[in-house]
Design a binder for this molecule. Structure first.
Ligand code: SF4
Length: 252
């Protein structure tokens, strides 16, 4: 397989033929202006702007978290044809995988799985066993980041489910900005929302959500790297518990 200078596989097909957006000073200035003008708009209005401005080159990656499910719910009312995908590492909880079916039943939207090149069995065999407990950074790179780089290629913009109040890093996120890591426009319609607003909408609209949230898992990633948290612990304390790692590298 042909790789680019970062070791990321180059994909074939129609999408790769789409000219990528260039982060020229003029384009970055346009994004900053749009971001400012959308600062006080509702998430739905922000998503509508994103669809009007970038579809059909607008997509979304989701791990089926509460924020992601909220955006899927909104997209279903605005542009249900928006391609949405999930990084299927092979280590996700069954409860997470089942949400894909619930999205299909409720909204008629099919979330596409994007897989790493190697199956879990092949990956573990080539590494002499699982590496999530010894080298989670490399495991995340191989099973998530590499796949995401490939999946992002050819798109002009994607929706992100981050909220500014989730972390110091996320506090600086614009509504619309240039994603330097993945080289496309990143739109964060929930940037100004609180956790409570997300959960109020989930309850009011009966949006499907991961049942593990009711069992002490506020933040859910892959099964081997997620534990439940106790009262008073940080929301993300259950992710890569025992490691310094707090993010899989998708947002930082
Ligand atoms: S979250 Fe854990 S199992 Fe999943 S890719 Fe990262 S290190 Fe591997």
């Amino acid at each position: 397989m042909k790789l680019d200078e970062q070791g990321i596989p180059l994909v074939g097909g129609a999408r790769v033929a789409d000219p990528p957006l260039e982060p020229t000073p003029e384009f970055l200035a346009e994004l900053a202006r749009e971001s400012d003008s959308l600062e006080n708009e509702s998430p739905q209005a922000i998503l509508q702007w994103a669809v009007d401005r970038f579809a059909p080159n607008f997509t979304m990656a989701t791990a089926f978290g509460p924020e992601g499910m909220t955006i899927i719910h909104m997209l279903a009312g605005i542009a249900p044809e928006t391609p949405v995908f999930n990084l299927e590492t092979g280590y996700q909880f069954q409860e997470t995988l089942e949400l894909r079916e619930r999205v299909r039943e409720r909204y008629g939207m099919t979330v596409e799985y994007k897989y790493p090149e190697l199956t879990v069995e092949e990956f573990e065999r080539s590494n002499g066993g699982p590496i999530y407990a010894t080298d989670p950074n490399r495991c995340c790179f191989e099973r998530k980041l590499r796949v995401l780089h490939e999946a992002a290629r050819g798109w002009h913009a994607w929706a992100s489910a981050i909220r500014r109040d989730q972390s110091e890093d996320r506090a600086k996120a614009p509504i619309v900005g240039w994603d330097r890591k993945f080289q496309l426009v990143k739109i964060s319609p929930l940037a100004n929302w609180s956790k409570q607003q997300v959960w109020s909408l989930i309850m009011d609209e009966k949006i499907p959500y991961n049942p593990l949230h009711d069992r002490g898992y506020p933040s859910i990633g892959c099964q081997p790297c997620t534990r439940s948290v106790m009262a008073g612990e940080d929301e993300r304390a259950g992710r890569w518990s025992g490691f310094q790692k707090t993010e899989c590298g998708l947002h930082n």
